[in-house]
Each structure stands twice: as structure tokens, then as C-alpha cells.
Design a protein around this ligand. Structure first.
Ligand code: C2E
Ligand code: MG
Ligand code: MG
Ligand code: MG
Length: 272
């Protein structure tokens, strides 16, 4: 009977699930070799001010798989986080970004640009996080004042004293901080107020339908107003049309990022 039930269970097992399991195990295996085989690449997306000038870029990780092609971070970052591989991968991202900053510092067209790097909670929570950022800066000679780290709200709710210590240590070197996807997490304003922040990033979920959805517009407006009150920079992500940009500008936003200004691209394709 047990055997029959067992067989039944196998029958009910969704073949698609099996594929997912294989895929995840495969991805883990392949992620290990991806770093040493140099399969990662950084894409760059411009951040634009009110005058239409690029003031910086965000770097976005891509996995250029030899067989599967370009894999988006949404597909492998969660697995990299589960396995801890996000730590060496994140360090590689920081190192590359700082290398670009150091190179850009030598050219007048790019010397003023900032680079924003996404930081995973797993990475940030490591005891040596501050040191690894400083290492990347020192090894490349990049100017810390041009490096911005994007944190998410969800990582700013645990040990506030530890978070503050790490952020302040880096801030003392000039490193800036932005809160990514702002409005989608659960951070308390009381906590945020205590942290050395430079920027809030309005999540694209509120920008997408901002022209037609009153609630999205109200949320975007409150993030802009909050930024102004706290004397923080505010940037809107996912800006795809001139109409969205114009509305955001009329609401008091003055930095934008999105397909309207340029999709993320390889550094060779980047036009500043
Ligand atoms: P994010 O940091 O919020 O990045 C914004 C995402 O929106 C990017 O997706 C970008 O390509 C996309 N995007 C930009 N403009 C537009 C637009 O106008 N319309 C739409 N629909 N999308 C737009 P991407 O590159 O797939 O990255 C997804 C997420 O993966 C990022 O979200 C970030 O959380 C994470 N990520 C990317 N690179 C890294 C990394 O180096 N380290 C870590 N820890 N996470 C990363
Ligand atoms: Mg980001
Ligand atoms: Mg974002
Ligand atoms: Mg986002």
C-alpha cells in the first residue's frame, strides 16, 4: 500500500517542478565556475538630471552564459544569495565598478559621473563588508565620493546599530547611500532618519502607471516630499516616457533613470 501511495505521489509530481529543481541545481553548479570563467558582465544605465545631462550610472549585473545566453539578475541573484555566492560575485561587481570609476576620473567627459552599485543584504551583513568596499576603492584608486551603494529597505530593519556603524564608516570616506525600490519595503521612517543616506529611489512600480493611477501618483509625491524634507536626493526609476518624466518633474523630482533615457547596456555601447 505504501508503495502504491509512493508511486501515486510520483504520478502527481509535476514534471515542470522537476525541471525547476534541475535548473536550480544546475545554476548553483554553474555559478561556481562563472566567476573564474569571467562570465559576468556589468551593464550600465544612465541617471539623468533636469537638464538632460547624465550625472551617473547604475551598474546592473548580467551573466553571459556560454550556452543559455544573457541571464538576468532576477533569475540568478536569489540563488546566489541562498548559496552565499553573492558575496564573491558582489565583490567582483564592486571591484569592476571602482575600476570604471578610476578610468572615468581621467577623462573630462566622465570625471564627474557617479556609479551606483546594488548591494545584497547577505553581502552587507558580512562582518568585513566595510573593509571589502574600502579594498575595492584602494585597489583601483577610485574616488569614494563617486561611489553610491544601493541598499533596500528590507535590509535596514534588523540591527540598526550595526547598520548605522557600517554606513557611517563608509560615509566618512565619502561613499554615498541610496535606498532602492523605496516604498516597497517596510522600513520605518524613524530608522531611516538615523541613517547617513543621500538618496531615495522611487520604485518603478509607482512610476509605471503614474499618469493614470492616482494612488501611484500620491505615493510618488510623498516620496518626493519626504526626500525634500529630509534633504535627500530623489531619483525615479523605470521612466519610460517623456510624459512620465514631465509629470515627475512637475512633482519635484529632478533625477531620472529608465528606458526613456537609455536601456542598460555594455560599457562599449554607453553614450554619455
Ligand atoms: P534594481 O536595482 O531596482 O534595478 C532596476 C531594474 O529595472 C533593472 O533590472 C533595470 O534593467 C530595469 N529597468 C531600468 N529602466 C527600466 C524601465 O524604464 N522600464 C523597466 N520596465 N525596467 C527598467 P535588472 O537589470 O534585470 O536588475 C534587476 C534587479 O537585480 C535589480 O533591481 C537589483 O535588485 C538586482 N541586481 C542587479 N545587479 C545587481 C548586482 O550587481 N548585485 C545585486 N546584489 N543585485 C543586483
Ligand atoms: Mg538598483
Ligand atoms: Mg530599483
Ligand atoms: Mg526595482
Amino acid at each position: 500500500k505504501a508503495k502504491a501511495a509512493g508511486r501515486n505521489r510520483v504520478c502527481f509530481f509535476d514534471p515542470k517542478m522537476q525541471t525547476d529543481v534541475n535548473t536550480k541545481a544546475e545554476i548553483i553548479q554553474e555559478l561556481y565556475t562563472a566567476i573564474s570563467n569571467e562570465q559576468f558582465e556589468l551593464y550600465y544605465q544612465k541617471q539623468i538630471d533636469d537638464h538632460g545631462r547624465a550625472i551617473g550610472v547604475e551598474v546592473l549585473l548580467r551573466w553571459c552564459h556560454p550556452v543559455k545566453g544573457v541571464i538576468s539578475p532576477a533569475q540568478f541573484i536569489p540563488i546566489a544569495e541562498d548559496t552565499g555566492l553573492i558575496v564573491p560575485i558582489g565583490q567582483w561587481v564592486l571591484q569592476q565598478a571602482c575600476q570604471t570609476l578610476a578610468r572615468w576620473a581621467k577623462q573630462s567627459a566622465t570625471e564627474a559621473l557617479t556609479i551606483a552599485v546594488n548591494i545584497s543584504a547577505i553581502q552587507f551583513n558580512k562582518n568585513n563588508f566595510v573593509q571589502t568596499v574600502l579594498d575595492a576603492l584602494h585597489h583601483t584608486g577610485a574616488n569614494p565620493h563617486h561611489l553610491k551603494l544601493e541598499l533596500t529597505e528590507s535590509m535596514l530593519v534588523s540591527d540598526i546599530a550595526d547598520i548605522k556603524t557600517k554606513m557611517s564608516a563608509l560615509q566618512q570616506h565619502g561613499v554615498m547611500f541610496s535606498i532602492d525600490d523605496f516604498g516597497t519595503g517596510y522600513s520605518s521612517l524613524f530608522y531611516l532618519k538615523q541613517l547617513p543616506l543621500n538618496q531615495l529611489k522611487i520604485d518603478q512600480a509607482f512610476v509605471r502607471d503614474i499618469l493614470v493611477d492616482d494612488n501611484d501618483r500620491a505615493i510618488a509625491q510623498s516620496v518626493i516630499t519626504l526626500s525634500q524634507s529630509l534633504k535627500l536626493e530623489v531619483i525615479a526609476e523605470g521612466v519610460e516616457t517623456q510624459a512620465q518624466r514631465a509629470l515627475l518633474q512637475s512633482m519635484g523630482c529632478n533625477v531620472y533613470q529608465g528606458y526613456f533615457f537609455g536601456k542598460p547596456c555594455s560599457i562599449d555601447e554607453l553614450e554619455i
